[in-house]
Design a protein. Structure first.
Length: 205
């Protein structure tokens, strides 16, 4: 699975450019899922921005999950700085073989990670496996709203015109494959959101 290869650069972008989107997306997740307590997995968490934003407006216990130990070290420090205390943990691993038992989580979230997954069917199968019955997943990418999207894309293009090259060729195939993949996995329900908030799939086990 490919992802961010320079954690320090990624951290800078999250803090300096992307920071405003995470509280907006966290609020959208809570309003859509109505899940405010229990266990939440932030998959492909990077430095933990989305999980921290969720923890700040809920009573969720967050597991920060990523393939990069360095990213997880940063997520750990930021979670501590945000006062999460005993409401979080970090876990290193691969989304295609999540090292967790079945039916452990009430909520799984991920922003910006799925284009880098090598096998979407296996990844979503693992997400469904670790969800409790009735649990939900909110997976995808976006900037929260049109204003934030336009502002961030403008800034990113000015700083690095090639910033989308690492994933742009995978976005369309993933979006085309998702309805068939999710139908074959037979969750209780799934909904695809494609609007100014971004492209997201909301799954109920």
């Amino acid at each position: 699975m490919k992802g961010a290869t320079d954690p320090q650069s990624f951290d800078h972008i999250v803090k300096e450019i992307f920071a405003p989107i995470y509280p907006v997306i966290a609020d959208q997740i809570v309003r859509r899922t109505e899940i405010t307590d229990g266990r939440c997995l932030d998959a492909g968490c990077g430095t933990g921005a989305l999980g921290i934003a969720l923890a700040n407006i809920t009573d969720l216990h967050i597991t920060f999950f990523d393939q990069s130990e360095e990213m997880l070290d940063m997520a750990f420090l930021y979670a501590q700085k945000n006062g999460l205390d005993k409401r979080f943990e970090t876990l290193c691993g691969d989304i295609h073989a999540v090292p967790l038992f079945d039916e452990e989580f009430h909520l799984v979230v991920s922003r910006g990670s799925s284009p880098f997954w090598n096998d979407w069917r296996k990844a979503y199968s693992e997400i469904l496996r670790i969800l409790k019955p009735g649990g939900m997943a909110y997976i995808g990418g976006g900037f929260g709203n049109a204003e934030l999207r336009d502002r961030i894309i403008k800034t990113m293009n000015e700083n690095n015109p090639d910033w989308r090259n690492s994933f742009k060729d995978r976005i369309k195939p993933e979006r085309e494959a998702l309805p068939g993949i999710l139908s074959s996995l037979r969750p209780s329900r799934f909904e695809i959101i494609d609007d100014e908030s971004g492209f997201w799939v909301v799954i109920t086990k």
